[in-house]
Ligand binder design. Structure first.
Ligand code: ADP
Ligand code: MG
Length: 385
């Protein structure tokens, strides 16, 4: 479906529900993290790019203080008075738009009531950040409709605040920043400590390469507990090393403290510090359009996540191995792990082989059917109508 058709469809869904036309339609993308996994809560480096899949938000201002939200995926209306939304956790999917309205107000935007209809083609809960797409689509809509002169990076921070405080998920700033700041044919090099962001060329087409996402569609049931355990291990390692965060340690520092850290914490820390180094290398390789140098970094990232950080899964490993068998230069799990997605970099003429071999690897391991689709680095959030 063309963008025009999707905009018309969400606008007519809005008219059916709200009984009037929307003031506008906005869109924000999901993202794939190319490299830099589990580094964000260690003040480290990440390198995500936005994808063409995203969330549409048709929105109209109201004269009162009510926020009414519908989702074409989750239903509605979910209604709330803006004044009753505070710095406290709320239930249900509408906590995302409600949280954004609250966080924008906290950031100084005079948010009025609104009717909101959202629709998404980012698979929910699979690590492509349908949550950031939802937060940022509603966030940019409410910011622009209420005359907010808020910078894109400030909308990203409001979206993160909404997710942390009102949804109650301790996410970092990567997803929201990628969704707000990404540019076509670029990855976003983000320093999660300083929030400095730099566009790095990711011009795969020029080299007849293609980025491919493999959605394992495997449940991420284990992810929440494991995430908390990994965060705690990183804090412990930083404490033992005497640094504010693992961002401040080198691989040599971590090796020197191996005995004091103990096997598990040592391996967790080693992943983080080597991953930060790989992101810096990857940025330098991309600036030189050197995909031959990028590939082993992606592979090294996967091995480190699998063996040291232990957040891969049989399905993610099958995705990576299948992609390599099919001719990909490199593949790695992306996102927090335990299911979700892998990303592969393949010669454009081998994409069909990659898909075939990934499906074969899943079948051989008696895993469910994966979803395999090409992605290209896309622009960030914007108004479409
Ligand atoms: P991910 O960001 O990897 O997709 P999350 O668990 O962070 O996974 O976010 C998924 C949640 O975001 C869903 O459970 C739902 O509450 C909310 N969400 C995302 N997209 C939509 C949508 N289109 N409509 C309603 N809720 C959505
Ligand atoms: Mg999310």
């Amino acid at each position: 479906m063309s963008t025009r058709e999707r905009v018309d469809e969400v606008a007519s869904a809005f008219r059916e529900r709200a009984g009037r036309a929307p003031d506008g339609v906005w869109w924000a993308p999901g993202r794939v993290n190319l490299i830099g996994e589990h580094t964000d809560y260690n003040d480290g480096f990440v390198l995500p790019f936005a994808i063409q899949r995203g969330t549409l938000a048709a929105v109209a201002r109201r004269d009162d203080d009510r926020l009414r939200c519908w989702s074409r995926e989750e239903g509605g209306p979910e209604e709330a008075e803006l004044a009753e939304i505070g710095a406290a956790r709320r239930d249900g999917w509408a906590a995302y738009p409600q949280g954004v309205a609250w966080a924008l107000r906290e950031a100084g935007v005079a948010v009025a009531g609104a009717d909101v209809v959202v629709e998404s083609d980012v698979p929910s809960g699979s690590g492509l950040s349908s949550s950031a797409a939802l937060l940022c689509a509603v966030g940019i809509a409410l910011a622009e409709l209420n005359d907010g002169r808020l910078a894109r990076s400030a909308i990203a921070r409001a979206a993160q605040r909404a997710e942390n405080v009102v949804v109650g998920v301790p996410s970092g700033i990567m997803d929201q920043t990628a969704s707000m700041l990404a540019r076509e044919q670029h990855a976003l090099f983000l320093d999660t400590r300083t929030l400095d962001a730099e566009q790095v060329p990711l011009e795969v087409e020029d080299r007849e390469l293609q980025l491919v996402v493999i959605n394992t569609r495997a449940s991420r049931r284990l992810a929440a507990g494991a995430y908390a355990e990994r965060r705690a291990a990183c804090e412990e390692a930083a404490r033992v090393l005497g640094v504010p965060a693992l961002r401040d340690a080198t691989p040599a520092d971590v090796d020197a403290a191996a005995g004091a850290l103990g096997d598990v914490v040592y391996r967790r820390a080693r992943h983080v510090v080597t991953e930060n180094a790989r992101v810096l290398e990857a940025v330098s390789a991309l600036r030189e359009r050197d995909f031959g140098r990028l590939a082993p970094l992606l592979e090294g990232s996967h091995r480190s996540l699998r063996d040291d950080y232990e957040v891969s899964s049989p399905a993610l490993d099958a995705a990576v191995e299948g992609a390599r068998t099919g001719g990909a230069l490199a593949a790695r799990m992306t996102g927090a792990g335990f299911g979700g997605c892998a990303v592969a970099l393949a010669p454009a003429d081998r994409v069909r082989d990659v898909e075939r071999e990934v499906r074969a690897a899943f079948a051989a391991a008696a895993l469910g059917e994966p979803e395999v689709f090409p992605v290209a680095p896309a622009d960030g959030a914007r108004r479409l109508a």
